[in-house]
Design a protein around this ligand. Structure first.
Ligand code: ADP
Ligand code: MG
Length: 385
């Protein structure tokens, strides 16, 4: 079956939706590495119909005799990609509609979640031979812009930043630390480099360089495990004429996020500085899980302020944004616990709804009740003062 046959979200690209829209959740399994096969790892993941994920635990021989059967788990997602899925396939099914929406002045976010070594960076950045979602999105964006306008109406700007140890750094200006501020458009990193991009080729080089600026340090579990969260922001600005032929400026933003490894700090047997880092990474991802829980449970207060990461993702999780999550898992039975953890959060994320407002210029909340109406009026008055 082809990916196109997977359940498509009916509402990407449509206008305002009453009850908001659900985060779309995808799963991607990477191939078993040669090293893993040589070490005797077995494949513990099976994808059926490009949707269902079956996770099996291979118990040790003695446990197997005791348990009599293998323990397993079953999950269903918007689409699930087996290890044979190409970068283009993953991009087309997860992100291409968001790129289209960004060109209509809407915001979109895609984030990769999973343990270290599960394939997040491969999916997001990829390699020169097999570019990932970040590069394919920009390539697609440029070709869509070329079709749309010959007058140079669109401007594309890129920013690339990382959150490491609760510090925000500019990946396009290495060494520059950034402060987060809240303004009308939400949380912004003050002084962040905005790079005007003209072609895909330069972008690939720029991202590869930016990725080398990411903080990666050896841990016991993985020689180059990335302990930072990386966020690529693609800003598209353009002008259109309204019915009265006035020029109006429009803007759409696409955020592509490569999260740090979600494995527990304990698993890597870290020492002093490592464990401090681990604690911070856990703090960010813990904060992310608290936000997901609060959103799913419909809580009034969502604890975005608990970490830099959740402040930066505020718009993606609870704002006017189309959001996609790609959960990356390893096929190895040695990663059973981590995979289970990843799929648990992916499953939970399916229940989050973002506000389904359409374009940026009319992204005002629709009052649900009278009290809301009064509050909105008061807010507007305050803003106009
Ligand atoms: P993470 O960023 O989650 O820590 P990586 O993306 O660095 O993991 O992937 C770990 C290793 O597996 C890398 O060597 C990467 O090239 C390889 N890999 C990951 N996903 C795939 C895939 N779908 N196809 C081929 N190789 C992959
Ligand atoms: Mg990585």
């Amino acid at each position: 079956k082809s990916v196109a046959a997977a359940p498509k979200n009916p509402s990407f690209g449509s206008s305002r939706e009453k009850n908001g829209r659900r985060i779309l959740v995808f799963v991607r399994v990477r191939p078993l590495a040669k090293k893993e096969t040589e070490a005797g790892a077995r494949c513990c993941v099976r994808i059926v119909d490009r949707r269902d994920v079956y996770l099996t635990e291979f118990a040790a021989e003695k446990d197997y005799l005791r348990l009599k059967r293998l323990r397993g788990r079953h999950f269903t997602f918007d689409a699930s990609f087996p290890d044979s899925a190409s970068q283009q396939e993953v991009y087309s099914a997860t992100t291409s509609e968001l790129v289209e929406a960004v060109l209509q002045g809407r915001n979109g976010s895609v984030f990769c979640y999973g343990a270290t070594g599960a394939g997040k960076t491969y999916t997001m950045l990829g390699t020169v031979e097999s570019p990932g979602v970040m590069v394919l999105a920009i390539k697609d964006l440029f070709s869509k812009i070329r079709i749309r306008s010959c007058d140079g109406n669109h401007a594309v700007h890129l920013s690339y930043l990382e959150v490491y140890n609760e510090t925000v750094r500019d990946l396009l200006s290495p060494g520059r630390h950034l402060v987060l501020r809240e303004d009308k458009q939400g949380i912004v990193a003050a002084g962040l480099t905005k790079y005007r991009a003209y072609s895909t080729d330069e972008v690939m080089a720029l991202l590869q360089q930016g990725n080398r600026n990411r903080t990666t340090e050896p841990t016991r579990a993985n020689e180059t495990s990335s302990r930072s969260h990386a966020i690529l922001q693609v800003l598209v600005e353009y002008r259109v004429r309204d019915a009265a032929m006035n020029i109006i400026n429009k803007m759409g933003k696409l955020s592509l996020i490569d999260l740090a490894g979600s494995e527990r700090a304990l698993a890597t047997d870290q020492r002093s500085i490592r464990s401090l880092e681990g604690a911070n990474i856990n703090r960010s991802l813990l904060a992310l899980s608290s936000c997901i829980n609060a959103l799913v449970e419909g809580k009034k207060h969502i604890p975005y302020r608990n970490s830099k990461l959740t402040q930066l993702l505020k718009d993606s999780l609870g704002g006017s944004c189309n959001t996609v999550m790609i959960a990356n898992i390893s096929p190895s039975n040695l990663s059973f616990g981590e995979n289970q953890n990843t799929l648990h959060w992916a499953d939970r994320a399916k229940e989050i709804r973002t506000k389904g407002y359409s374009a940026n210029e009319d992204a005002l909340p629709v009052p649900q009740t009278e009290t809301d109406q009064v509050k909105l009026v008061l807010d507007l008055q305050k803003e106009n003062r």
